[in-house]
Design a protein around this ligand. Sequence first.
Ligand code: ADP
Ligand code: GLC
Length: 491
Amino acid sequence: MKILMAASEAVPFAKTGGLADMVTSLALALARLGHEVRIILPRYFGISRDKLRQLPGPLGVSMGGGEAWSAVYTDTLPGSSKKNPVEVYFIDHEGFFGRDGIYGSPSEPDFLDNPRRFAFFSRAVFQCCRKTGWFPDIIHAHDWPTALVPVFLKYRERDERFSGTASVLTIHNLGYQGVYSKDNFSYTGLDWNVFYNAGFDDWNMMNLLKAGLVSADKLNTVSPSYARETLTSAGGFRLDGVLRSRQGNYLGVLNGIDTHVWNPAKDPHIPVQYSAKDMSGKAAAKAALQKAFNLPDTPDVPVIGMVTRLTEQKGVGELFGPSYGSAWSICRDMNLQFVILGTGEAWCENELRSLSSHLSNFRAIIGYDEERSHLIEAGSDFFLMPSRYEPCGLNQMYSLAYGTPPIVRNTGGLADTVENFDQDTGTGTGFVFDDLTPQAIHNTVGWAVWAYYNRRPQVEALRLRGMKQNFSWDVSAKRYIALYEDALGIR
Ligand code: ADP
Ligand code: GLC
């Protein structure tokens, strides 16, 4: 099958969250199965042209209100096999992408021209196929930034070269929908009847994700539990009705992880590699982590780790909210160390700084740091993810692979990947709680810490069971192939 991934992020080129990991690792897994896979991304300012090859000639992209001229660069996706490499196309346009930031900047969190930037990029996907003469069987779009791709395929790209192409749209996060003033609709170059037929209309605004959900041949999200949650009014972010209307064409496929990158036996970012057979390197990682975060080197005190975007979705209000969050009491009442790496909402960054300065066992690094994220996964004793909702979540799977039992809320992909510890039978892979309250977080961290001090053999067994879980893409990549085949059937 010829598969084109149209995305706004893919590691190692551009990343704000798990979407970037998923796009790359799925592409590589599909290529390993023998399919011809290509990825198309904007060439953001941070992706240097120096390392890329330029395709000859310009790329003309007609949009409402005129034609935009750009260039196409290419590179081979790192991690590709020589036999079947994944090619990456980069759409280069100075006006739209020649600035710092993927979706926004500190002073402008959602760039005002985002609807125009991503309408341009989504149109460019098709023009790039024409330019290269490579027409995919499947175009796989991800989240609101490329949700226009299935809309264009259905309503605009009707010539024979795309007549055999079907579209799949993956929801990574229903909380971000790309809702803008409908004045921006003109940039799509579509007729106004499409605005209503394709479901752009959203209380007199334009909703890009909604139009994609209405138009794509097949839809999915990134875990079975999250798929169920999104069909309810509690979890559907106002799009549950649209999703219910497409229920026969919508399912949950659990993400895999890239076991070449997230593997303690091969990880170059930790001091000593380790595996379930020989765990001694984990103690070295813990010592390095304590040093990196300027904490006392105490091997027998449990370390709770977090790596996260600091947004409401991740439960940071209940954990760090000034005067009601549980982090303060957790660190005051329990003999533990707490480390966190993250960036995000300003109030939360400030709160983390304040906790770091008031508590001797709490340390935060505000920033984005790939290397330290590996060290936290490896060196912590437990990994905390109290998410309000979690479409899949990759960090809990990384932490399981690193022998670091996760402490998670029972939601979405967290519920699908972590089995609660049972101290009577000694089963499970982590610690799970239901309610998103400061009290529940406090109690569940307390339970893990209690088990660390009082049930050590059971905790060690918990680590090993987590490490034996198979979260590789082997199974899920085949599920995507089945989904693509169904999409082609519909087409
Ligand atoms: P989400 O995509 O909702 O943020 P995921 O768990 O799916 O959640 O993926 C988050 C990804 O981003 C992981 O690979 C995680 O390690 C990474 N990440 C998040 N924040 C940081 C940070 N501050 N530094 C390094 N990596 C981070
Ligand atoms: C989103 C979700 C996260 C998921 C990731 C990759 O960012 O918030 O849960 O793991 O996409 O699919």
